[in-house]
Design a binder for this molecule. Structure first.
Ligand SMILES: Cc1cc2nc3c(=O)[nH]c(=O)nc-3n(C[C@H](O)[C@H](O)[C@H](O)COP(=O)(O)O)c2cc1C
Length: 210
């Protein structure tokens, strides 16, 4: 390849990249309906079509916000004002929003300032979370989570690092987890169900397990 050809390829790649960043800035600034008419091309048009899941939930389009931990809850692990604004802002124009990993009980807490739905004290926190997402028209999915053996020792006081078997995680900071008794495994399943009930009672439409 000579220098001239190389420069042409670089130029074309640059145009392509600019095209992509233009798409993403348009996505966050325009409503999907306007975009539907703006953007030509099969894939992009399908992206903005309605989608109905087998169980009946409907997405107004196929844009989904992936779950992303924010490390930003209040000290009491309720949703902070900043997180509320974060969800409201990012729900604009999305079909579905999956929340950050949300701890199902005390031992489940894996990240600093991680929100939880562990009991009724967090009903209001979950309500604010669902309102932030649903008020912008997106389907709200709460990601329920247990950190297990991946938890950072000492991050939360009086936390037990537990796992179905006592096999250490492949992380520098990891410690050998305490093996759960069968009854404790059932307790964790119950905690997932309890958190799900709290979430749905408070308006979150579905849950996922992370
Ligand atoms: C800052 C950050 C936080 C994340 N938190 C979560 C989380 O709470 N739960 C989860 O399942 N995935 C989490 N992920 C993974 C993302 O949801 C996603 O799967 C990952 O970024 C790969 O997506 P991509 O291929 O589109 O980049 C996180 C990713 C990032 C960058």
């Amino acid at each position: 390849m000579n220098l001239k050809e190389d420069v042409e390829i670089q130029k074309k790649n640059k145009e392509k990249c600019e095209g992509i960043s233009l798409y993403s800035s348009v996505i966050f600034e325009q409503t999907p309906y306007k975009l539907y008419y703006y953007i030509r091309g099969g894939i992009m048009i399908k992206t903005f079509k309605k989608f109905t899941f087998g169980h009946g939930a409907v997405l107004r389009n196929r844009l989904v916000l992936a779950p992303m931990t924010t490390y930003a809850s209040n000290e009491d692990l309720t949703l902070s004002k900043e997180e509320e604004v974060y969800y409201k802002t990012r729900s604009k124009g999305m079909g579905m929003v999956i929340t950050a990993a949300t701890a199902i009980n005390k031992n489940a807490q894996a990240f600093e300032n991680q929100i939880t739905a562990r009991d009724e004290r967090y009903l209001d926190s979950m309500k604010r979370l669902s309102n932030a997402i649903k008020s912008e028209g997106a389907l709200s999915i709460l990601q329920l989570h247990h950190g297990g053996r991946m938890n950072i020792p000492g991050l939360y006081t009086n936390q037990d690092i537990v796992c179905p078997s006592c096999v250490k995680a492949n992380r520098d900071y990891a410690v050998e987890p305490r093996e759960l008794k069968t009854s404790e495994v059932y307790d964790i399943i119950d905690a997932f169900v309890k958190s799900e009930k709290i979430a749905i009672k408070d308006g979150l439409e579905r849950t996922s397990v992370g």
